[in-house]
Design a protein around this ligand. Structure first.
Ligand SMILES: Nc1ncnc2c1ncn2[C@@H]1O[C@H](COP(=O)(O)OP(=O)(O)OP(=O)(O)O)[C@@H](O)[C@H]1O
Length: 236
């Protein structure tokens, strides 16, 4: 589904990603981990095309997308929920969700829209009470639910989630975890999740990728995460 091979990326002359390689299979949940500033968000930006690579190769859904612009990657089924959530503040909750639906690769058949929105409302019932509120006034937890709902409406093949539980109250954290578990069980799309907490990765992900100083330092199945590696590279 997604394959990064020997990716090197820079901000100006600062060499940030160093020879990053890893893969995510269809329907798989993978967790990208590491301490602050190691390059996790930069990796997601490279995958979405927001940051160009200096060298290396990126494949998505069987095609080489290394040079494809961000909007074309989105149309192919790449959905991104960034750390700042990027809700459009002056659009209502309903309108923000609509943007996700319009980003679909194929024109959906009749009846699909209603069904797709109902699914989001079932996952995040809170949204149904605030559909006409401007996105900019929502709490962090509401914005995160909206951002995930919007991404789901785009019918992704791969969902990128950047620290979806950061700065959110515990009850909403639980709800977001439950939703990710439901996504995982449905196997409708793959998920690449950035999380610093070990608990999240161990509980939700099948695969882990640990980064340090812009490079991948450990990569494997989550049930094989070992204590030494965790102590060395992660905040527990
Ligand atoms: N726009 C930018 N211009 C220059 N340097 C940047 C920019 N964005 C990030 N960096 C630097 O790139 C490095 C990697 O940052 P990145 O945001 O990818 O880390 P991260 O692992 O996602 O960290 P965090 O967990 O804090 O979000 C850091 O040293 C950061 O200071």
């Amino acid at each position: 589904m997604l394959e990064l091979s020997h990716i090197n990326a820079y901000y100006g002359e600062s060499h940030i990603l160093r020879n990053v390689s890893f893969a995510v299979s269809p329907g798989e949940v993978a967790c990208l981990m590491g301490r602050n500033g190691v390059g996790k968000t930069t990796t997601l930006k490279v995958i979405t095309g927001l940051l160009a690579v200096r060298s290396g190769n990126l494949k998505f859904d069987g095609a080489d997308v290394t040079k494809l612009p961000t909007d074309r990657r989105a149309r192919r089924g790449l959905a991104y929920v960034p750390q700042g959530r990027e809700i459009i503040p002056h659009l209502t909750v309903r309108e923000n969700l609509q943007l996700g639906f319009w980003a679909r690769a194929e024109a959906p058949g009749r009846g699909v829209e209603r069904e797709a929105f109902d699914e989001v409302y079932q996952l995040f019932p809170k949204l149904t009470h605030i559909l006409h509120r401007p996105g900019g006034v929502l709490s962090g937890g509401e914005q995160q639910q909206l951002a995930i709902g919007r991404a789901l409406l785009s019918c992704p093949k791969l969902l990128l989630l950047d620290e979806p539980t950061e700065g959110i109250q515990p009850s909403v954290v639980d709800q977001i975890e439950d939703v990710i578990i439901q996504f995982k069980n449905s196997r409708r799309f793959a998920i690449l999740l950035v999380e610093q907490g070990l608990h999240f990765a161990a509980r939700l992900a099948e695969k882990y990728v640990v980064m340090a100083k812009g490079a991948v330092v450990a990569y494997g199945r989550s049930d094989e995460l070992n204590a030494d590696m965790v102590r060395q590279h992660l905040t527990v």
